[in-house]
Design a protein around this ligand. Structure first.
Ligand SMILES: *Cc1c(COP(=O)(O)O)cnc(C)c1O
Length: 227
């Protein structure tokens, strides 16, 4: 079975009712699985690896909205710039500048989310509070000049833990930041998307104000990295 169809419909009904966008995370999954979900009407797909995304994109329908949700290296932006819909994991000014440059070349505006480090774990990427503050104040002019990127919101990942209270607290901290910068008066910033929540914690994320969840295993089954 390529996809869990019942679970997908259940998720869709629940999330549509709450106006939450469902990004189906299809990393490591074959194009046949993505096509099967597409045939059910799904259009938002999330991928983590540039090479994998570049391989899959031409084999699938052109109206898919591709979300890049992994860690993006500056030197790889050019490969996805022509077709990417939303880049979730922007974690440096350098990367933002490169996206602006490649978007200009592709004659488009690329929408991005800033990744914010909310987990207590050390391993997750992203801006911390003070870096974000610096970006929005000290670097304000630099951001305003990037006419080919639009900062649409934040993305965050909670700690991988059974401790629900901690996960909730981490999501809440991102929601608080989102509310603080929502009315930020810079033309290239237009915060409306809060991307948080995965298979294991999306319910909590939505309760804490997420309006975009990234769900893989619940739809496609567990990933097999051994191949
Ligand atoms: C893999 C991944 C997901 C989806 O994870 P699941 O637990 O399979 O739902 C979501 N977000 C990011 C950034 C990921 O890397």
């Amino acid at each position: 079975m390529l996809i869990n169809e019942n679970k997908y419909h259940e998720l869709r009904n629940q999330l549509d009712a709450q106006k939450v966008v469902l990004v189906a995370v299809s990393k490591t999954k074959p194009v046949e699985a993505l096509q099967a979900l597409y045939d059910l009407g799904h259009r938002d797909f999330g991928e983590n690896y540039v090479q994998e995304l570049v391989d899959k994109q031409p084999k699938l329908p052109a109206d898919i909205r591709w979300h890049f949700i992994g860690h993006l290296q500056s030197n790889k932006v050019k490969y996805i710039a022509p077709f990417v819909h939303l880049i979730h994991g922007v974690d440096s000014l350098k990367l933002l500048k490169e996206i602006n440059k490649q978007a200009q070349k592709a004659n488009k505006i690329i929408e991005v989310l800033l990744q914010v480090h909310i987990a207590q774990e050390e391993t997750k990427f992203g801006f911390d509070n003070s870096e974000l503050e610096e970006l929005f104040t000290v670097q304000k002019d630099a951001i305003e000049e990037m006419k080919h990127v639009r900062i649409m919101g934040f993305m965050g990942m909670a700690s991988f833990t059974e401790n629900e209270a901690q996960v909730r607290e981490e999501f809440r901290s991102l929601r608080t930041l989102f509310d603080r910068y929502k009315e930020y008066p810079v033309s290239t910033i237009n915060l409306s998307i809060l991307s948080m929540g995965m298979s294991g914690d999306y319910t909590i994320a939505v309760e804490e104000g997420s309006n975009m969840v990234r769900i893989g295993s619940l739809i496609f089954g567990a990933r097999d990295y051994s191949a």
